[in-house]
Design a protein around this ligand. Structure first.
Ligand code: KG4
Ligand code: ZN
Length: 349
């Protein structure tokens, strides 16, 4: 499919989006790529908290239980039936195979039953488009992100920098060589005996801590647009062990604040450097970790670039973002067939 330019006139369309790549079962209806008419998310967080992370088989089974009621609820919330939507967009990957299959099969069933086009969407592309959407009862739409832009994607499974030249037109610059940044938050939270998911727990603990208490490493990886967070994670582990060996109470808040500061500094420095190098004026930060207050403040407090960060409700996994990306694929002409397979390791570009 040819990438679309900014001068394309977009026809009206309502897309039903379905997302089940990880531990949220979600459905949403979005109009014209931007207006949220409904959004329903059944979170499995409580179910996985006992394991300290997502347990794949438990996740797939829970998706099976939730998918039908979630879709039904989304249509109900939008006061629509399947006859009122124009296409069904579904997350095709990346994600957990067993979880993706549940959303994919639901989407295929609906597509067949209601004779609606089926559109497979990349989950990372969804995160990018989460910056396009706003609730239908907003009187003033937030500004639409402008191309070309530099997208920093930070989630539990991914950390990467992409140039986005126009709609659906991505160029990957680099990404993490080891842990995704959300994964680092989750693992460090476990080391600090904080709850799952680790990001919000670390953010909360960091509020009471001194970010300069520990000078944790910032992997610069000069000359590349890659990231690495395993050294940082190991540095936290070393400090935790030292305190345990000396039987001293763990300075949890200081460790959380210092870890978070190292992450924010690493992500912000490299992203701004890339934006300067590639001479783009617009930066977009998206994915679960873009909910982090310190990260948002770090990007929003500089004045060199325009920064778009989705509203907090759209940062973590949802189906609104899949429906939005699905709209731009729908108007671009994408139609997938009923033998569409899921792609657990599908890159964005
Ligand atoms: O995008 P997402 O919901 O799922 C994936 O696609 O992976 O991201 C989930 C990740 C988790 O690792 C979680 O700890 C992190 O996003 N996260 C945060 C915050 N809220 C969620 N990390 C830092 N600060 C937060 N406030
Ligand atoms: Zn995600």
């Amino acid at each position: 499919m040819e990438p679309m330019g900014e001068d394309v006139l977009y026809p009206p369309a309502r897309i039903l989006g379905i997302e089940s790549s990880c531990d949220e079962t979600a459905a949403a209806v979005v109009e014209n790529g931007r207006v949220q008419l409904a959004s329903v998310i059944a979170s499995q967080i409580d179910l996985h908290a006992q394991y300290g992370g997502v347990f794949p088989e438990v996740a797939s089974r829970q998706h099976i239980l939730s998918i039908y009621p979630v879709v039904e609820q989304a249509l109900y919330q939008a006061h629509l039936t399947l006859n009122d939507v124009d296409a069904i967009a579904v997350t095709r990957g990346p994600g957990l195979a067993g979880s993706l299959v549940v959303g994919m099969n639901m989407a295929k069933g609906l597509s067949l039953a209601a004779d609606l086009p089926l559109i497979g969407v990349n989950h990372l592309e969804g995160h990018i488009y989460s910056a396009w959407v706003y609730p239908g009862d907003f009187t003033e739409p937030p500004p639409e992100p402008k191309f070309p832009l530099l997208a920093l994607l930070v989630s539990g499974g991914h950390t990467e920098l992409n140039l986005v030249h126009g709609h659906l037109n991505y160029q990957r610059l680099g990404g993490t060589l080891d842990d995704a940044v959300g994964e680092a938050f989750d693992k460090v939270a476990r080391l600090l005996n904080l709850s799952y998911p680790g990001g919000p727990a670390i953010q909360q603990a960091a509020l009471e801590g001194n970010a300069e208490a520990f000078n944790f490493p910032r992997a610069r990886l000069e000359g590349t647009w890659n990231f690495s967070f395993s050294g940082l994670k190991t540095a936290v582990l070393r400090v935790v062990r030292e305190f345990e060996e000396r039987k001293k109470p763990l300075p949890t808040e200081d460790l959380a604040a210092s870890f978070q500061a190292a992450v924010v500094d690493t992500l912000t420095t490299k992203t701004l450097q890339a934006a300067r190098t590639f001479a783009v004026e617009n930066i977009l930060v998206a994915g679960g970790v873009s909910a982090n207050r310190a990260l948002r403040t770090s990007f929003l407090s500089q004045s060199e670039f325009n920064v778009n960060i989705p509203s907090l409700t759209y940062c973590t996994d949802n189906a609104v973002m899949i429906a939005s990306a699905g709209y731009f694929r729908y108007v671009g002409g994408q139609r997938d067939s009923l033998d569409l397979d899921v792609l657990p390791n599908w890159p964005l570009s």
